[in-house]
Design a protein around this ligand. Structure first.
Ligand SMILES: Cc1cc2nc3c(=O)[nH]c(=O)nc-3n(C[C@H](O)[C@H](O)[C@H](O)COP(=O)(O)OP(=O)(O)OC[C@H]3O[C@@H](n4cnc5c(N)ncnc54)[C@H](O)[C@@H]3O)c2cc1C
Length: 519
């Protein structure tokens, strides 16, 4: 059972950057909305929504709602139910600093328990009364005459003064346009839209893709499938996964001494930070990653030819570096085939590779990722002047300090552009932004400001810096692979934060009134 430890108000947003602003709770005289209007509306009940809601309540705010198209808390951890789903950042780090969990089953939490953790954290933070399930933001439009956001949902119109998107960037599955796939007579599953009632036992299965979901699905499905073929366009660098189950005595220790959890968080955080050197193309770090991953491959795959096919030839980090102990081992099985080319067409129940190989299958598992750089919600957020967020982002615009987009008043964008990490925990990013947003809202409250939007100068300075700093990283150099980190409309790096996670918090984890025009 997941029972997080609610860290008292406010021991900090992590020990390495304590934030004195959060030590006190104010009485804003607000009450929890009962209708369709709130001072603040947050979209998304994943880590972003729970973190924002938790910090808002801890500061004393009550006039906010969290709407989600899903019917429960958990965000992507509710959506992803595929066999083997787990995180790839150690769970004591991949959790909220103010909702520590002594009960993680393993070093890397499993998907279902992360989802349970988020539900328990939302409950602990008294967020259930703020939550509106099955309430998708279909359109949101800024109304400058009344300083209101109008949000269309299946439950009717909602309005708010401040809109915070916490809608995630790994939420809308990318379905590849493969000729003939519509006529496939078997079952098609996407990793993020899993049909848990479908039994893969004894089936002939094709897995498409070799990214983060595939390396978890493949070893989980291989033992139950009759035959399994993995379509690999690009092999992955895979690191060992040190993933012991926590013993009862360890959990008891964590419960009695939450400082031990904090110590683990700090250790994991700084170890992960070291990996960023590889993303900056520092030769020693590149060599370190290559040695670690290629030795891992060598030690696990028996057949030299398969090993060679699984060996990446591009610069490490160009695609996400993965962690697994059982992915490579799956290729030692007699019933698993590595097809070293893309799936290019489907003819009835035959899947055909770019190399011309043909396989008869009963099920296709798409591990083809998400529409990351072109999030669907962005096309539905209108600034009242004929522009959507998607228009601005498609031209390469980025929210100032990742927090707010010029041209879109009273809008905050949490875990949206340039917030993904290739080397550390997203929760660190989300907490940093949530802290800044709450400070901004406090500032408005304290000074009586009702409208805010990044200044032209702050917007330009930020975008100039971001583009310059993104240069000479593994994602923007010719690393020999193409990844989803770049928006192909603008050619800009938009999915990833191009620096250390620590520096993200230093730059974006606070609010500076000088960045905003306010009225
Ligand atoms: C399988 C998987 C494994 C991952 N593993 C890791 C990991 O190990 N480490 C790591 O750092 N990161 C990992 N991530 C990245 C993950 O996206 C973040 O860690 C984090 O969970 C994001 O939280 P979020 O609340 O911002 O977004 P999400 O969890 O994606 O939640 C977004 C919510 O917004 C809702 N939503 C979307 N659009 C709308 C709309 N229009 N109206 C209303 N609601 C809407 C969705 O229903 C969803 O509930 C993983 C992601 C996936 C999919």
């Amino acid at each position: 059972m997941t029972t997080p430890i609610k860290v008292p108000n406010m021991s900090g947003v992590d020990s390495f950057t304590p934030d004195p602003k959060f030590i006190t709770e104010s009485d804003f005289g607000e009450s929890v909305p009962t209708g369709n209007h709130a001072e603040i509306i947050i979209t998304g009940g994943g880590f972003s929504g729970v973190c924002l809601g938790g910090l808002l309540r801890r500061r004393g705010h009550r006039d906010f709602l969290i709407i989600d198209r899903n019917d429960d808390w958990g965000g992507c951890w509710l959506d992803n139910k595929y066999p083997g789903v787990a995180c790839d950042v150690p769970s004591h780090l991949y959790s909220l600093s103010f909702e520590l969990n002594p009960d993680w089953s393993h070093a890397y939490g499993r998907g279902a328990e992360i989802c349970e953790y988020l539900k328990a954290a939302a409950h602990n933070e008294d967020l259930d009364e703020h939550y509106r399930p099955s309430t998708a933001m279909e359109e949101a439009t800024w109304d400058p005459d009344n300083n209101l956001w109008h949000i269309q949902t299946p439950q009717g119109e909602y309005t708010c003064h401040f809109l915070i998107t916490g809608s995630g960037h790994l939420v809308d599955p990318k379905i590849p346009d493969i000729p003939g796939i519509d006529g496939f007579p078997g079952t098609i599953l996407h990793s993020a839209r899993w049909d848990t009632s479908f039994d893969l036992t004894g089936k002939r299965v094709a897995v498409v893709g070799t990214g983060a979901s595939s390396i978890q699905v493949t070893p989980a499905v291989a033992p139950m499938a009759d035959q399994l073929v993995v379509f690999q366009r690009t092999p992955a660098y895979v690191m060992p996964r040190i993933d012991p189950a926590y013993t009862e005595i360890e959990k008891k220790t964590y419960r009695r001494h939450p400082d031990e959890i904090q110590r683990e968080r700090d250790d994991h955080f700084w170890q992960a930070e070291a990996l960023y050197g590889a993303m900056r193309l520092i030769p020693a770090m590149q060599e370190h990653v290559k040695k670690l991953t290629l030795n891992h491959l060598e030690s696990l795959v028996e057949d030299p030819k398969t090993r060679e096919l699984l060996t990446p030839k591009y610069t490490p980090g160009c695609k996400r570096i993965l962690v697994s102990n059982d992915y490579f081992k799956a290729f030692n099985r007699d019933n698993v085939t590595l097809e070293p080319s893309a799936l290019t067409s489907v003819e009835g129940s035959t899947v055909v590779s770019a190399n011309g190989e043909r396989y008869e299958v009963d099920a296709i598992i798409l591990c083809t990722g998400f529409t990351v750089s072109q999030p669907i919600y962005a096309a539905h957020v209108h600034n009242g002047k004929g522009e959507t967020l998607a228009d601005v982002w498609g031209k390469g615009g980025a929210p100032t300090h990742t927090l707010a987009q010029r041209g879109f008043p009273n809008l905050f964008t949490v875990n949206a552009r340039n917030t993904g990490l290739g080397h550390n925990s997203s929760v660190h990013i989300i907490e940093s932004q949530a802290a800044a947003v709450v400070q901004a809202l406090d500032y408005c409250h304290d000074t009586g400001r009702t409208v805010m939007e990044p200044t032209a100068e702050a917007d330009k300075a930020w975008n100039d810096w971001l583009r310059e700093w993104s240069r000479n990283t593994v994602w923007t150099s010719d690393g020999g692979c193409s990844a989803w980190y770049v928006d192909d409309r603008s050619g800009q790096l938009t999915a990833i934060w191009p620096d250390y996670a620590y520096d993200f918090r230093a730059q974006n984890g606070h609010f500076d009134p000088a960045w905003f025009d306010m009225a």
